[in-house]
Write a protein that binds this ligand. Structure first.
Ligand SMILES: [Zn+2]
Length: 229
């Protein structure tokens, strides 16, 4: 018997969504995430849900976060693109991060933000994947990763991208209570090669730029997002 293919919701969500829905709602969206809103609050159109709650972004972020833990070659490959000295074999501290944040239902990498600090890096902004590592000299460093899924865009004001290096620096000095303390930090972005020209004004806020296409080529086993499109 015939049935509708699943996953249509994602492929039919076009780039030209209701853009204005994002602009002033990012902060409240972040708050809602933390509160796990009841479904009657989140059930708007599926496209609005997707834009606010990031399910497409999750399809990219989750395999990358998992790869950082489970695939040593991928982890080394990512770390080799940063400027930390002799750190490619650093240990990832996902277990320590999980314990430190004291929230057993939250994934170790996700939903890191603070509104307690009002600096330009922290206020109203979130790190998509926070990963903290420890090298053989017991030095701990954090990488703040932005995940820009191919249907997403940067707002023209540039605030989101500029916040990344500011936040990375801010948290070295005074990490939010649920963030594992660390001595150094850097920033990275995962994005689609097809968007390079569009994202160009924002990209240099990130120390390291890695495309989904590179991952698809080098680590096809990790590129689970391809099954969704
Ligand atoms: Zn701050």
């Amino acid at each position: 018997m015939l049935s509708e293919p699943i996953g249509q919701d994602y492929s039919s969500a076009s780039t030209e969504g209701p853009n204005e829905i994002r602009s002033d709602e990012e902060t409240s969206a972040l708050q809602l995430w933390r509160w796990s809103p009841p479904s009657h609050l989140t059930r708007r159109s599926s496209k609005a849900d997707e834009m606010k709650y990031g399910s497409v972004e999750y399809q990219y972020a989750a395999p990358i976060a998992r790869g950082l833990v489970e695939d040593a070659d991928f982890r080394r490959w990512v770390l080799s693109k940063f400027n930390f000295s002799s750190s490619s074999d650093a240990r990832i501290l996902h277990r320590e991060m999980q314990v430190h944040r004291r929230n057993p239902t939250a994934e170790w990498w996700r939903f890191y933000f603070t509104e307690a600090c009002r600096c330009l890096g922290c206020s109203g902004k979130e790190t998509d994947i926070l990963a903290i590592f420890e090298d053989e000299r017991s030095r701990r460093f954090a990488i703040h990763f932005e995940i820009k899924q191919p249907k997403d865009k940067f707002k023209a004001d540039g605030v989101q991208a500029r916040g990344y290096p500011l936040r990375a620096e801010c948290w070295v000095g005074k990490p939010p209570p649920r963030v594992l303390p660390h001595q150094e930090a850097s920033t990275g972005i995962f994005f689609s090669e097809a968007k390079r020209a569009e994202y160009e004004p924002h990209l240099d806020n990130f120390r390291t730029k890695i495309t989904f296409e590179e991952i698809e080529q080098e680590f096809p086993q990790l590129a689970a997002w391809r099954q969704q499109s």
